[in-house]
Design a protein around this ligand. Structure first.
Ligand code: 13P
Length: 255
């Protein structure tokens, strides 16, 4: 049985003070949670504040939104896996479509980062997803297969199992237009099928696949009721502790 995982991707938002207040409110809303894994992905500048505010809250982990693949050295402005580990970070989002389209990240770059994350015992959340034009051409499966095989190349069974996949159709991100539960399930089934081909059935069954793209309290339950939707990667609705807590609650009920 896969434990659902719900993550708050704050993107380039949230000052330190507001981050701490968010955590306080979230803890009041969701209390002691063990049936769903909750991850907060602050900007780098608020990671330490969020960790401090979380204290020993069980099952709420902190992640980063990006990192560089090199271990250390002359890479001005970059952050390594080791630097993230030093901040008690557990997860790192890699290959988000905003990084792919705005910052030129290719599957090869994402793959280097995924390997570096595993080497440092950080768990990557690897994002894949098609654009509207690719969907309209009937190329969803083809695009997902290319992104998965490219981004996850060379991983062993254990590493694959410790990787979370986020299916985020680009046309659903920040648009208010979420994929239907059926569209999400169809893509997630294909992702699991591809993982089965890349590793084996046991590994593919264990990997958690989140859905992301305009997830809100109003649609979260239906999306996460799908058999292969193992959680949500939430953008705008994660900036408000109450709406994020409602999405966590939906995961709990569908877990
Ligand atoms: P929205 O929830 O704002 O559509 O963003 C989704 C996303 O990109 C999460 O990583």
């Amino acid at each position: 049985m896969r434990k659902k995982i719900v993550a708050a991707n704050w993107k380039m938002n949230m000052m330190q003070a507001r981050s701490a207040r968010f955590v306080e409110s979230l803890l009041l809303e969701i209390g002691d949670i063990s049936d769903v894994e909750v991850v907060i992905l602050p900007p780098f500048t608020a990671i330490a504040k969020v960790t401090e505010a979380l204290g020993t809250a069980p099952n709420i982990k902190v992640g980063a939104q990006n990192m560089h693949w090199e271990r250390s050295g002359a890479f001005t402005g970059e952050i390594s896996a080791a630097l993230l580990r030093d901040l008690f970070v557990h997860y790192v989002v890699l290959g988000h479509s905003e990084r792919r389209t705005l910052f030129g990240e290719t599957d090869e770059i994402v793959n280097r980062k995924v390997c570096a994350a595993h080497e440092a015992a950080l768990h990557p959340i690897v994002c894949v997803g098609e654009t509207l034009a690719q969907r309209d051409k009937g190329n969803v499966d083809k695009i997902l297969a290319i992104q998965l095989r490219g981004s996850l190349a060379g991983l062993g069974a254990k590493e694959l199992q410790d990787t979370v996949i986020a299916y985020e159709p680009v046309w659903a991100i920040g648009t208010g237009r979420n994929a239907t539960p059926e569209q999400a399930q169809e893509a997630h089934t294909f992702i699991r099928h591809t993982l089965r081909e890349m590793a084996d059935g046991t590994v593919a069954e264990r990997v958690r696949i989140q859905y992301g793209g305009s997830v809100k309290p109003e649609n979260a339950r239906e999306l996460m009721s799908q058999p292969d939707v193992d959680g949500a990667l939430v953008g705008s609705a994660s900036l408000d502790p109450r709406s994020f807590a409602q999405i966590v609650q939906a995961a709990r009920e569908e877990g």
